[in-house]
Each structure stands twice: as C-alpha cells, then as structure tokens.
Design a protein around this ligand. Sequence first.
Ligand code: CA
Ligand code: CA
Ligand code: CA
Ligand code: CA
Length: 190
Amino acid sequence: MEVTVSQSGDFGVTTGSQLVTVPISGSVTLTVATVNDSTDEPNGSVTVTVDVGSGYTVSQSAGTATVAVDDEDPAPVVSKPSISVGDATAGEGDGFVSFTVEMSGAAGGPVTVYYSVFGGTAAAYGDYLPEWGQVTFATGDTSQTVQIPLIDDSARGEGAETFWLRLRLFDTAYATMEDGLAQGTITDND
Ligand SMILES: [Ca+2]
Ligand SMILES: [Ca+2]
Ligand SMILES: [Ca+2]
Ligand SMILES: [Ca+2]
C-alpha cells in the first residue's frame, strides 16, 4: 500500500508517497528519519496517512498517525545594549549643558529614557532650569542628546557650579541601564 508522509515544520523528513508492504494479517513499522540540525525553530510534527488503494479500506479513525517532533536547539542569547551618560561642562553663557546619552550597540526596538535633574551646588532657577523629559532611541540609534537650559547670571567670582542628571529606562525590553548618572558643571563668565 502507499502512504503519504508530511511534516509540520522543517525536520529534514523525506515527504511524499512511500510504498509499504504489510504482511498478511500482520503489521509493519514505518521509520521516518529526521535530520538533527542546529537551528532553533518551533516544535512540529510528522504525519503519515494511509492512501486509498485497492484490496483494502482505510480506517476512518486510524488511517492517519502523527508524531510530535520537538526542537532541541536552544534559543540564541539576545544580548541587550546598555545605556550610559557622561559628565558635561558648559559656560553659564552657553545656553545649556549638553549631555550625550550613548547606547553600547543597536537595540532590537525603540528605547525610551526619562531624564531629570537634581542637587549639586548650582541653584535650580538661578543657574539652570530643572527640566525633565524623555528621549527615545529609534531602532538602530546609538546616541541621543539631553540639553538642560542654563541661566546666565551676573554673579561675579563664582566657582564652577554643579548639578546632577539622572536617567531612568521606561522598560528593559531592549536595553539596560549601565550608568544613568552624570554631573553637569557650569563655569562662570563674570
Ligand atoms: Ca532544530
Ligand atoms: Ca552662577
Ligand atoms: Ca554671567
Ligand atoms: Ca556668574
């Protein structure tokens, strides 16, 4: 009799019709070989169906058999890039301090980073505007800029004044935070 071998998935099975000889009143074992590849893929199955032929009838309930085939290959480890921000310095007359936020490699999807400022020796609203907001790395982006506005006061003889920028990830789906803290330094111009 003829049987038809089919597969759901890709397991290197030879599919199509095969001739099987069953002894009278006996049984036969049909072996279907799979190929052990190293590709991570979904699990699947191999199905054998007895074809309609002459001299026998095909059982409606047992004319088909399916064997599950599990993929045994591990999923590849996806390493996420990490985010860091470096310290930055500007003169009080420069308009803003510009922080460069770097991603160590291209992420698999968009990454949103929230930023805020706090503390330091500089005065909020006197030396800088304590703005907060967010920047988003589009897929493939590795660099973004955060600008904190400065106030050009007329106080003389000031030393350098500082504040802190803090970054926080919206989520860690595509990136992790390596260094989310940077110091901003404002130099005097009076
Ligand atoms: Ca595989
Ligand atoms: Ca100042
Ligand atoms: Ca000034
Ligand atoms: Ca000043």
